[in-house]
Structure formats: C-alpha cells, structure tokens
Design a protein around this ligand. Sequence first.
Ligand SMILES: Cc1ncc(COP(=O)(O)O)c(C=O)c1O
Length: 451
Amino acid sequence: MAVVGADSETGQRVRDEAKEYVLHSWSVQDAVSPLPVAGAEGRYFWDYDGKRYLDFASQLVNVSIGHQHPKVVAAIKEQADKLCTIGPPMATEPRSTLGRLLREVTPGDLSMSFFTNGGAEANENAIKLARWYTGRQKVIARYRSYHGATGGAITLTGDPRRWPAEPGIPGVVRMLDPYTYRCPAGHPDPCPVCSGAPHLEEILQYEGAHTVAAVILETVVGTNGIIVPPDGYLQSIREVCDRHGILLICDEVMAGFGRTGKWFACENWDVVPDILTVAKGINSGYVPLGAMIVSQPIAEWVRDKFFAGGLTYSGHPLAAAAAVASIEAFREEGIVEHAAEMGPLFEERLRGLAERHPSIGEVRGLGCFWGLELVRNRETREMLVPFNATGDAATPVNRIAKAALDRGLYLMMHWNVAIVAPPLTITPEELDEGVAVLDEVLAIADEYVDE
Ligand SMILES: Cc1ncc(COP(=O)(O)O)c(C=O)c1O
C-alpha cells in the first residue's frame, strides 16, 4: 500500500492551523493536538510523516466500508461531473435510487425516507414526525445514549454532553438502560429494567401513556459503552409501544448498515421500528448524509399532508451517489455477511485478552461492534476511571489511547470502555494486528488493578 503525501512540514502546518483557526468538537481547545492525516486506504490511514495507523474505531464508527473504497470514490467523481448539487424540490437519480435501495435493505415495511445531513437531524425529524403523527408530546429516551448535538437530539441524549444544552426541549422523559453489567435495579431475576416492559410500563403509568408519542433508543448502545440488550428486551419494548399506540424509533446511526453483522441491528431480535434513523455507515461519511426512514402506515398517512420539514441539502446528489455506490458494494462484496462472520473471531480474540488482563471486567458486542469495559477490580467492578472523567482523572485511559497510537493503532476510549469498531471490511490478519497492540497497551490498565 502506497503511503502518499509524506511531508512533515505540511503536517506541522496543518496541525498548527487546525489549532489556531478551528473549534474542535467536545474538547478543551488548548488540550487538543489533532493528528494531521495525509491519506487513507482500507483499514489504515497515515500522517504526513508516513506513519500508518490501523483504524480500530472507523473514525467515529462511521467509515464502515473502509477508507477510499474505489467504487464509492468513483461514484462521487462521476456524480460531481454530472451534477454537483440541485435543490430538494427536484428529483435526482441518486436520491430516487437511494430511496428505493433503502426500502430494499431495511427490514419489514420501512419504506419512505427523509434525507438529512447526519444523525442528529434524522432524530430531530423523527421526534417531530412522531409528535405530529400521534398528536402526543412526550418522548421517552434512555440515559446511556447519544442522539446528536442539535437542540432536540441533545435533549434526547442521556449522557453528560447534554448538560451544557439544558434545559433543552420540553417533553423528554428518561428511562433506564438494560445495562446488565451495572444494572441500576441490582439485576434481580427477572429484572424489571433489563427485561424492558415492567420498567417502561411503570414510567407510562406515571406519565400517562396517552401523552407519549415515542420511545427512542439506540438498538445497540454505541459511544455510551456498546451495550447489547438482552434477548427479549427489544421485543418487549415493541410490544408495550404497540399496546399504547406509541411509536418505536430505533436510532441506528451507529449500529446500522452491517455494524452488528445484520443490515440493521433491530434484525438481531426480529423487531421492526416505526421509524429508523441512520447516518454514518449509510455511505461511510464520504459525503455527509443521514436519513429518517418511516414505516408504511406513516408513509401512507403523510402522503396527503404538508410535511413541515426541510433542509437545503436534503438528499444531496454527491452524498446520495456515495450511498448508492456503498450499498451496491455492500451487496456485491458481501460486507454484511463478512461482518457477521468476523463476529465470533472478535469475540474469541477479545475474550482471550480478558483471560490475560485482569483489568477487563466485561467483553461485549456483536459483529464488528465491541467494547472492553475496564475496571480496577473485577469483584467490585470499580471503573478504571470515574464516570465522565476528564483531566487527571482520565489519565489511565489517555495513557492507553496514546500508547496505542504510538504503536500505530487508532483506538476510541469512552470513559472506561475501549471501543473496538474497525471497518467491517477488516481481515482476520488486521484484527490480529490490532489485538496484539491491545494486548500490549492493556498492561497499562492492569497497573491500576487493586485485586
Ligand atoms: C447513535 C447516534 N445517534 C446520533 C448521532 C449523531 O449523528 P451526527 O453526528 O451525524 O449528527 C450519533 C453520532 O455519533 C450516534 O452515535
């Protein structure tokens, strides 16, 4: 693989200007030192010194197809030559085709899409539509969640990224998560929270089910710790929603498009939401794109109505062309099937790490979507770093991420969870390469173990 663009001086300038002129997401500005990236291919990217990094995070768990997939790059170029941009009132081939393809690849009767620039806007539109459709106002969302950074989406978000945006939009009610490792209900058998229905029913009793428009959840929780719901959970939430005329919105911005080894994560439990929100893996972020995909009854209902939503770039031709090419490549190359086949290999390799590293409290995941929850003590489950740790408190995880990067592995750490989510196209050899680095750097976490 050619490492092009090696030029340290340019790299330095790119980094300096990024620090001087660019406001960086979710960071203390003075503390960031962004890695200047010169190029990428497949599962790797490289800096201006020609140093290569294995991308174990698919950037922000979005580059699912891998970097610079030739078919997707060609489709963007071809579309740019034909028609770079055109307004949403026009019909364009890539957007029309993409609408049809989404109908084909999504489960059940999900059938009509509204296109956005990313995940947050997909969720904004989902709750707006749910409120309009049901004539109700409240939306139930979970704590261990991230739904985006715009006004409504950040209010839906349960994690502390919400705090600076409070009070946010009215009508959001919070629900606990089926987080079996740290169950807030103490995880009795059967567990009212981790089984879904009892906890939701109690909330509905107090909120008034007739006032609730929707339940929104990440089918498999992403940044907040790769939390896979126990079997039966999603089905029971679906059943409660159906019984009360509440819409189920599955946010699969991260978990969709093959990440869990199925086209969509909800297919792991044969559940079809009323609204599915997607972004990231739809075209691996080659051009920004998201979508809200609605079920047939909602599609039929909306047809003779004025849809009060819009975006200048809804279904942007370059983004849609990239998504069409990406979905075709997924089909032609069997990328979802490959992700499913890799799942057991991930599990075996990561459980192997857990045998050697006492700092690994739990290994969990599906397909190419895994988390290693790091602890100081397996008995007490004390977290390696405290909840929402920043600054000095986050030193252990910052050391791990830096040591990995020094060894050419790009790793996403979220509090005490190491997220393992490389592109779905990863090979077994590349997985082993990354796991070998993890094996080395987890020695740092083991230093903090007090058993
Ligand atoms: C589950 C989930 N929903 C929504 C979003 C927001 O997507 P975007 O950043 O494209 O607005 C994210 C982003 O990480 C996400 O992980």
